[in-house]
Write a protein that binds this ligand. Sequence first.
Ligand code: NDP
Length: 343
Amino acid sequence: MGVFGGGVTVNWTFVGASTIAGQYLASAIRATGNCEVRWIVSGSADRAASFAKTHGITKSGGDLSAALADPAVSAVYISSTNEKHHAQALAAFAAGKHVLCEKPLATNIADAQDMVAAAERAGVVFATNHHLRSAGSLRAIRQLIADGKVGKVLSLRIFHAVELPVHLRGWRLDNPAAGGGVIADLTVHNADTARFLLDEDPVSVVAHMDATGLGQGVEDSAMSVWAMPSGAMVFSHESFTHPYASSGIEVHGTKGSILARGVLSQEPAGEIELITAQGTTRVDYDHSALYENVVRNFCAAVAGLALPTAAGRDGVKSLQIAFAVRDAARSGRRQTVNYGESL
Ligand code: NDP
């Protein structure tokens, strides 16, 4: 580990030759300066070799333990399918590596909590890739709320109904064991977004879910309403089947409203308006790249200079909320969100 800019260089092993790793994380790590992806590990050595060639990674293979034995690697980025995250993270922690893990952290809450406990025992950084916290747009909305621009928050509406791109129409749509379904995929993001914006955790939820065209054995759409401790209501909508809905966030308070469109994105995109008695104002925000921000923060956390963008505990909480939504939809009854005693 050496120094980059005002921060730290971290050499990485990638676990999972995934779309997200290839589209965003490889370049995000390269963009931070001195950071290097040294290894790509996949369930298929051929897929790893092909990924390595495409992204200029020197070492590849199917054996995670070989990559974890490399002393030059201090961090592991896990972006395999969800049912593999737990075992791969535990192996990384046992090798003393810091871990940035994709959401959802696991396919059940006990595994996710186990990951947090193992990271604490190992004394390493454990972060969840809830990248939306690093979006300038969401940070601007959070600041407006914190500055009292909308007064007391009465309601938050989060629209995350999109069309799942054709190239991603695999395990998300037909494999519950791999963590398929829109609730594990997108409700966790909405849960983290609500927690980030409002600084509080839902107490209970009511919900409905269905397969509306793409899901086979898993839900592809969900709507839920969450009760917050402050009395605010949160409405959360996720779908894989909405080609023209666009994403959005609305915050409504006693003194104003914030309307944001197109902000739940992997890109620094979208528009924000603040509406008060004084009129409507367009809100400017920082357009830096989301995943680069996540990586820079993670490296600073490894150096003890900052907290990760979202911690492992945040990934546990987003999963607890998402699974409460799923349980409420299954039972047709209000579901209390059970955060357990350990967090
Ligand atoms: P992909 O479907 O692209 O990849 C998941 C796994 O599928 C890979 O790790 C790979 O396994 C396997 N795989 C990839 N290509 C092939 C192929 N051609 N044939 C057979 N198997 C293949 O997943 P995503 O990139 O969409 O998602 C990966 C993780 O990242 C998930 O946990 C997801 O929830 C998360 N994610 C997070 C986002 C965020 O913004 N935070 C955005 C998108 C995804 P192997 O590891 O064995 O090579």
